[in-house]
Design a protein around this ligand. Structure first.
Ligand code: SF4
Length: 284
């Protein structure tokens, strides 16, 4: 049985840095994080042990500590100002690549475009992106084109974690739908997301079984499982190495391993070690 780890997987640098920032701040004094830093129980427990509180970005002023922190998903300038205005110290864990998406959207608005965001309506990053632009419209698929007002120029960005093929197809469809309008697209899908999507494609081309490591409430992890199933591969979704059973791999010849963006590298390393043990039971 061959075991192959994805070239890119697990925690991205944006979330990793935000976790490090939160741990540093929490060590220095009481802290409330505005939203979920990462869907990962191990990280949650570590932050709980440091006494970190959980608050909501959307309810300025409602936090038990004078210091709050914005997650890697970012926030609108309006939300940031509202917390500062309510007398809180606001630490900013926004990922630089989310900041880049904000900057691109602002630029398109300044150029006179009707702002359009490709992404999941209601997602915290998307809420942050559109929070300063009430005229912005979020689209997820072609059915959403009906939500768009007529405009001579549309300016499009996307949520950083959208599949790039989907984004490109939707932009092409938008151009076809509004042939008389100019559609300016700024690619804001982040490089770590693109790397993970490419790595997954490679794995799926070579493996018969894919082990996906990540939380059951992690949307990104579930997307990996769905992609494997759609490609006709057997997907095994686990959160920890001790969930793996020897008999699951009796017929497997080539096992790929990947992980959602909320999964720690050490958890994935432990999963690979457990698979090696399954492969060579006599060495256990
Ligand atoms: S923008 Fe990309 S790198 Fe930054 S936090 Fe989001 S997924 Fe991670």
């Amino acid at each position: 049985m061959k075991i192959q780890l994805a070239e890119h997987y697990g925690l991205c640098f944006g979330v990793r840095d935000a976790i490090a920032q939160a741990e540093k701040l929490a060590t220095a004094g009481p802290l409330t994080i505005l939203g979920e830093l990462v869907h990962n129980p191990v990280v949650r427990e570590r932050l709980d042990s440091l006494g970190v509180h959980q608050g909501q970005l959307a309810t300025p002023g409602d936090a038990p500590t004078p210091q709050v922190m914005i997650t890697a998903h970012g926030a609108s300038d309006a939300a940031r100002a509202a917390w500062r205005g309510a007398g809180f110290g606001v630490a900013d864990g926004t990922c630089p690549l989310v900041r880049h998406a904000h900057g691109q959207l602002r630029l398109l608005v300044e150029l006179g475009c009707q702002p359009v965001v490709i992404g999941k309506p209601g997602h915290v990053e998307v809420n942050g992106l559109i929070g300063d632009f009430p005229e912005a419209v979020v689209i997820e698929n072609e059915r959403d084109f009906s939500k768009l007002p007529a405009a001579t120029r549309y300016g499009v960005v996307s949520q950083t974690t959208q599949p790039i093929e989907h984004v490109q197809q939707l932009v092409a469809a938008l151009r076809a739908h509004f042939p008389a309008s100019e559609v300016t697209f700024r690619d804001t899908v982040c490089q770590p997301t693109k790397n993970r999507q490419n790595a997954l494609r490679k794995l799926l081309a070579e493996c018969d079984t894919l082990v996906v490591v990540g939380g059951h409430n992690s949307n990104n992890t579930l997307q990996l499982v769905a992609a494997a199933t759609a490609a006709g591969r057997r997907a095994i979704h686990i959160t920890r190495p001790d969930e793996l059973r020897d008999e699951w791999f009796a017929e497997a010849e080539h096992v790929g391993v990947t992980a959602g963006t909320s999964t720690l590298k050490e958890t994935v390393a432990a999963v690979v070690a457990r698979l090696e043990q399954i492969k060579q039971p006599t060495a256990a």
